[in-house]
Write a protein that binds this ligand. Structure first.
Ligand SMILES: [Zn+2]
Length: 218
């Protein structure tokens, strides 16, 4: 089987390339959803006041039934944004829905490591820490059931000893790559990962495709 390039998190329109992109959708109205490419759905901590809880639950549950919906996310906690206690409640609640539906979660986090630990401690499904910029120790502290992955985006193109060390130390079977909001080509992220891991690019592509098939099989 030929391995495909996986872009595990993007907000941009799918572009044609030899791979799979998981596009983030901000809880669209399921009745108006016509797209068939892979998506993740969830309410981002920046937009927590956008829907009532009831509308959000109804939409999330029906969107998650779609065959192209692969994960709940991005959801999470951001200490730079207001209403942190509301963020906490809404995040815990979306994690509970993901647990109920047995779906992976894609996590946005900023300065909220301890709270993430508390909420994800009993979550057995795959966890993807998107736009990861932390250390190997922080990953270990969130890897409760050996179910936690880090997804590397444009941060890897900036000089950071902490992140570089983390990428070198983490097993490749816990790694993803993403473009998020940026215009960077996903190929550029793979090149950098291969360089840091001292592995040929096709090996990293293979491994990340395997990771995708393991946690989002259909
Ligand atoms: Zn994002």
């Amino acid at each position: 089987m030929n391995s495909l390039l996986i872009n595990i998190h993007t907000h941009r329109k799918a572009r044609l390339f030899n791979g799979i992109e998981l596009r983030n959708a901000y809880v669209p109205d399921p009745s108006k959803m016509t797209i068939r490419y892979p998506i993740s759905v969830g309410l981002h901590p920046w937009f927590i006041t956008q829907f009532s809880k009831q509308v959000l639950r109804e939409r999330l549950i029906s969107l998650c039934q779609l065959p192209n919906c692969k994960a709940i996310g991005e959801i999470g906690l951001d200490n730079n944004y207001p209403n942190f206690s509301v963020q906490l409640a809404l995040f815990a609640w979306q994690v509970a829905i993901a647990k109920e539906l047995r779906m992976p979660v894609i996590i946005h986090q900023f300065k909220s490591h301890e709270n993430l630990q508390k909420i994800l401690r009993n979550f057995p499904e795959p966890i993807i820490l998107h736009g990861y910029n932390g250390s190997i120790e922080q990953w270990k502290q969130l890897n409760f059931f050996n179910n936690t992955y880090i997804s590397i985006g444009y941060n890897v193109l900036k000089p950071s000893k902490k992140l570089n060390n983390c990428i070198q130390a983490i097993p490749a079977n816990r790694l993803f790559a993403e473009t998020d909001q940026s215009n960077i080509k996903i190929e550029t992220i793979y090149e950098q990962l291969a360089l840091l891991k001292s592995e040929p690019i096709p090996l990293i592509v293979n491994q990340i495709h395997e990771n995708y098939n393991r946690i989002m099989p259909h």
